[in-house]
Each structure stands twice: as C-alpha cells, then as structure tokens.
Design a protein around this ligand. Structure first.
Ligand SMILES: Cc1ncc(COP(=O)(O)O)c(C=O)c1O
Length: 394
C-alpha cells in the first residue's frame, strides 16, 4: 500500500509494513543483532557507505527499527526518521546535530525539564550559549537572535503549563536566517500536529508516551526532512544511540492503535477538564482546547485535536498536606512520571522552580494524564479527592 497518500488512520494501520518480505507475517519480526555478516570482502568494505540505508551493524539499526522509522516518517509527513533509545535521547540527538562550540540556542521557558538541564549543563560545558524565551513570544523571537544563533528549539504545548507556540511565526524568523528549528511534538503526536508541514526541520516524538502507549518501553524518534535526515542520523550514530529491537517492536505495535486511543484520551480529558472548571477549589485549568489556555487560538488554528495530558491549579489557600491527601487517596490515578499509557496518572508539580525567562505565579499545580478508564469513574475518583482536600473523608 502506498501509505503516504492515505488518510492518517489508514497510515496508522499500514505504514512500515512489508509482510511479503517476511513469509506473509503481518508485523515485522524482531531481529536481535550486533554482528551482521557479509558475503564477501567487497560487501564488507562498502558497509560504511551503506550505513544510513542498510543493515550493516546492530547499533546502526535493525529491520524492526527501520520499520518503525518508516511508519513514523509516513505519519508525520517526513522524508525519513531516526529512532533512538528514549524521548530525551531524541531531543539531544536533534540539538547536537546542529550545535557546536561557540553557537547559541534559544529554548522555550516551558521546555521539558531534562532538556533544560541538558542546555544549562552539557551544552554550556561544551561552549554552547543559550537563552530561554517566553513560549508565547511568536515573531518577537527575532529580537533574541544573535549572529551565533544556530537552533531555535520549540515544544508545543509546553511541559506542565501547556502554552501553545506560534510555530509558523517562529519558523518565518528562523528560515531566512539559516537557523534550524526542532519541535518536541510528543503531546500532539503525528495525529494532531505535523510540524514538518509547517517548515520545522526536525519533529521530535517521545514515543515512550502515546506511540508505545502501554507504559512498558522507552523510545524516541526524530522525524526529518530529506535535508535534516543526514545530520540527525549522523548525530545518533556518533552518540552511539540506537533503538532496541524489542522496544522498536513494542513501539510499532502500539502505533497501530494510537488513533483510537488518542481520540479516547482526548474525549475523556476534555470532559474531566470541563468538569474541573466547575469546581470551586480550582483556580485554573491549563488545557490547550480551553479558551483561557495561553495560546488557545493558535491551538485552534494549527492542531487537529488534543491529547490526554493537562494541568490545573488549586486556589492558594490549600496547603501541601491537604493537596497530598487529595492525591494519595486517588484509586484510579497512579502517582508517577511519564504519560501516554492506557492508565490515568497524577503528579503534583511547581513550574515556578524552573522558570527563568517568565514568572510562574499560581496556586498548587497538579498534572493529570487521563487514561482509558471509564470517564465517570475518573470524575468520581477526583470528586473524592476534593473531599479530602477540603478536610472531609469521602
Ligand atoms: C514533552 C516530553 N518530551 C520528552 C520526554 C522524554 O521522553 P523519555 O521519557 O522517553 O525520555 C518527555 C517525558 O516525560 C516529555 O514529557
């Protein structure tokens, strides 16, 4: 099937499959490999030239990894993709593909924490300067650009606070200046946002979340244009990253149901978000599909949907012990990092601890991932949480 020309749900079902290469087996088998044997010296000596396209060494990629990469490139409307061992590894692979000592990178203040740490730690140690910027800056980002700026990093919506970025406005500033843009598209996933079609050079997906979808494997993918593929692939190879065969298989298996799962996450999360807005204890609900979320108009313009992850803040009079009691007693929401699996999750958080370019001033924040449980059960669970918050036993 020529999956590239089909609608997203058809692509999800078929992209990257090649059963007739594998005895008619529907899913690509798992090839465990380090050494790849060559039929003769000439073939061995040509391996270096073929390492971007062929199976030449386990670390450079196996057929299972290539199938996942082909599927992700198709879904995102990219030319090719590079799968690596985690979402963070994908973020670093993309950045290191374009940065060297003496360069400058712009990073949104709402960026995922470990990418902030990489920027202020590793990159700074290796001579790459940075500035954090207001994620809502849009075209004004031009005022932050220096002659040494080589990368504008984006994440939309932002981690914890969900500001939606004006991607076309930022790309319009970057492109004529020869600055590479890369966007963490984990929340939107290929289904709800296609950054490459908006001129972004690399779309980064922490496949650990919705693509794997079952909280049992780590995986990251950089989806590239034909121009960005080589530098990104070279970066992954030089860093020694690869995508483990079993985890590539799990990611590809999860990907086949990402459309139906995401639509279910979307529906349930919207219902919970609207319900939270009616609660007197709640100060703000930060969900890109709600009109008062920063960047909501841009979300409406650019995104085709919303996923299951959002935050809300409580009124300031609630002290930590009450908030902890609210969370500790939840039955269906697990307390834990990550998101995108079938199960609901909750974490208390405080973005004010990390911000440097913008100020975050709000009541206690709680981030929810709405899973695939019954929506009314989830709301009842949260309702009992509010009773504990108010000092009552539910
Ligand atoms: C927005 C975002 N990007 C990247 C990552 C990193 O993914 P991984 O945990 O697979 O390294 C995460 C993880 O929570 C995330 O939330």
């Amino acid at each position: 099937m020529r999956a590239k020309s089909k609608k997203p749900d058809s692509q999800i079902a078929h992209a990257g499959l090649n059963p007739h290469k594998n005895f008619g087996v529907v899913n690509p088998p798992v090839y465990h490999a380090s050494t790849i044997l060559h039929p003769n010296v000439a073939h061995f000596e040509q391996a270096e030239a073929r390492r971007f396209d062929d199976v030449v060494y386990g670390r450079f990629g196996t057929p299972t990894q290539f199938a996942l990469e082909e599927a992700m490139a198709t879904l995102e409307g990219g030319a090719r993709a590079v799968a690596v061992c985690s979402g963070v590894a994908a973020c670093l692979t993309a950045m290191l593909a374009y940065l060297k000592a003496g360069d400058h990178v712009l990073v949104p203040d709402s960026v995922y924490g470990p990418v902030r740490n990489f920027t202020t730690g590793f990159l700074a140690r290796f001579g790459v300067a940075h500035d954090f910027y207001d994620p809502l800056i849009g075209a004004e980002i031009a005022s932050l650009i220096k002659p040494s700026t080589k990368v504008i990093y984006l994440e939309s919506p932002g981690s914890l606070t969900f500001e939606v970025q004006d991607v076309p406005a930022i790309v319009a500033v970057a492109k004529p200046r020869g600055i590479a843009t890369m966007l963490d598209n984990t929340w939107g996933s290929p289904l709800f946002l296609r950054p490459l079609t908006m001129g972004v050079d690399v779309s980064i997906v922490a496949a650990t979340k919705y693509i794997v979808g079952h909280s049992d494997a780590m995986m990251g993918v950089c989806v590239c244009t034909s121009a960005s593929f080589e530098p990104v692939k070279r970066s992954a190879l030089q860093l020694g990253y690869h995508a483990a065969p079993d985890d590539s298989y799990l990611a590809l298996r999860g990907l086949r149901t990402v459309g139906v799962r995401l639509r279910a996450h979307q529906k349930a999360a919207l219902k919970v978000a609207h319900w939270l807005k009616t609660r007197p204890e709640v100060e703000r609900v930060l969900h890109p599909a709600l009109p008062d979320c920063p960047g909501h108009d841009i979300w409406k313009r650019d995104f085709a949907g919303s996923s299951g992850l959002f935050s809300f803040t409580l009124k300031r009079d609630f002290a930590k012990p009450a908030v902890d009691a609210m969370i500790d007693g939840l039955e269906l929401f697990g307390i834990g990092a990550s998101w995108g699996g079938f199960e609901s999750l909750v974490v208390p958080t405080n973005p004010a601890r990390f911000r440097t370019a913008t100020k975050w001033d709000a009541g206690p924040m709680i981030r929810l991932h709405i899973g695939l449980e019954d929506i009314d059960d989830l709301i009842a669970d949260l309702e009992s949480g509010f009773a504990r918050l108010n000092g009552k036993t539910a």
